[in-house]
Design a protein around this ligand. Structure first.
Ligand code: GLN
Length: 445
């Protein structure tokens, strides 16, 4: 009732939820109350969760904030979501996001921009902007987002929440609308680290419906005998040009604090920072151009009624159904994959992906945790970056490394920039070391 009241009071202004499952949520709450009384409730009883509009929930509409999916209803439930339901989570509604999870400000949504509850003249970040806003706006306990290049951590940074991207393969992608399949992961937003770890522990683990899902056992921070005490500060990120001066200062203070707490802090070099955004946008647009080929006006959602014949249906439905940013990425992706350009763009980017992974793993071998800012500064103003896609893409400079390498990473609400706006402190760990990532996060917090 509390969350529904807040949503009723604030959603019109902020546009956080695209749909609220009001009656259903109330009914579920009553059903779960009875289970609690019988001592038979699941691990998530009492937790109210919002889901990003790209996670399938059977018999519920799903749009990925795109006109092309208007009116489309999910046929099945995503594995990650099903596991939450099985533990008695209440799903309160679906949240606004950038169309097909493509963006860094939630301004690419066909359902209108979502505003940052901390300061509604600013963006909440993207693409999972609505999910971050729902948590900080007190409209749910936890929310789910998806992170292909930072879409959980960057909005978490802008909205002062915890945002966690599991390592690639840890949480099933079955039922997550695909953007770039070798990068995508579902993960939680929460007000504290414990809630994120709890929700992650329920969602994670092998799923035969996702062939890239890991079979490794999922271990948690409380099962660790000791947590790592060596941490690498990624120097070129913390000292990057254009980084807010308060962020640099925060890291210097953090070094002192961590050293006192028994950590060995090392400032490490990393030579690939300038390559990360270009290779991310080559590889993800290539994958997206293929993944989005299925929206042809025949199988899903929107079809242009004026079209005559099959080619015309494809062209008109896609031209009218997709937004500008999605079209830009389909074009870019098709270009980098086309014969004649494949070797110089896609092929090269694949090779650099491998080198980035190798160098990141080299650092992680010696220092189990890497720390860097989540974003170069706090949330920007609405429309501040909309006329320049490159400026918008550069927002992702510190988040894409974890997706390119498939590593788990978390954004913690610890810093503010010189304007007093929240900025995330980001930690990254090696594959299958989510337990260590959570353990160190709790200590640093
Ligand atoms: N901002 C990045 C992009 O636009 C990340 C998106 C994501 O993680 N889904 O691609």
């Amino acid at each position: 009732d509390h969350y529904l009241e807040v949503i009723a009071a604030k959603n019109q202004e902020l546009n956080v939820f695209l749909e609220v499952f009001e009656e259903e949520a109330r009914n579920e709450a009553q059903r779960i109350d009875k289970k609690i009384a019988n001592n038979s409730a699941g691990k998530l009883a009492g937790m109210v969760i919002a889901i990003k509009d790209n996670i399938c929930y059977a018999n519920h509409e799903i749009n990925a904030s795109s006109k092309i999916l208007k009116g489309f209803t999910s046929q099945f439930t995503a594995t990650a979501l099903q596991r939450l339901l099985d533990e008695d989570a209440i799903i309160i509604g679906r949240t606004n996001c950038d169309e097909f999870a493509m963006g860094s400000s939630n301004e690419n949504s066909a359902m209108g921009v979502c505003k940052n509850p901390i300061d509604p003249t600013r963006v909440p970040g993207g693409s999972s902007g609505g999910s971050a806003a729902a948590v900080i706006g007190n409209m749910c306990t936890v929310s789910l987002g998806s992170d292909t290049g930072g879409s959980i951590r960057q909005p978490a940074s802008f909205c002062n929440t915890v945002g966690f991207k599991p390592g690639y393969g840890r949480v099933s992608r079955y039922g997550l609308i695909a953007y770039a399949s070798s990068f995508d992961q579902i993960g939680p937003f929460s007000n504290n680290i414990e809630d994120s770890e709890l929700v992650y522990s329920v969602m994670a683990g092998n799923d035969p419906m996702d062939s890239t899902s890991s079979t490794a056992p999922v271990t948690l921070s409380n099962e660790l005998k000791s947590s790592p005490k060596k941490i690498a500060f990624l120097k070129p990120a913390i000292k990057a040009q254009g980084i807010d001066s308060e962020i640099e200062k925060y890291f210097e203070k953090a070094e002192e604090k961590l050293t006192k707490a028994g950590y060995e802090v090392t400032w490490v070099e990393f030579n690939w920072l300038d390559y990360l955004v270009p290779i991310y946008y080559i590889l993800t647009t290539a994958e997206a151009s293929s993944n989005l080929a299925r929206y042809d006006g025949m199988h899903f959602g929107f079809r242009d009624k004026s079209a005559k014949g099959i080619d015309d249906i494809y062209v008109k439905s896609r031209s009218k159904g997709f937004g500008e940013e999605v079209k830009r990425r389909i074009l870019l992706g098709t270009f980098v994959l086309s014969s004649g350009f494949y070797d110089s763009y896609f092929g090269k980017a694949q090779k650099i992906r491998r080198l980035v992974k190798e160098d990141t793993e080299k650092i992680l071998k010696e220092h189990p945790i890497i720390a860097l800012p989540t974003t170069p500064s706090g949330a920007f103003k609405l429309e501040e970056n909309t006329d320049d896609p490159i400026k918008m893409y550069l927002q992702d400079i510190f988040t894409v490394q974890a997706n390119i390498t498939g590593k788990p990473a978390i954004s913690l609400p610890l810093m503010t920039d010189s304007q007093g706006l929240p900025v995330g402190f980001q930690l990254m760990a090696d594959s299958k070391k989510e337990d260590e990532l959570f353990a160190v996060s709790k200590e640093i917090n």
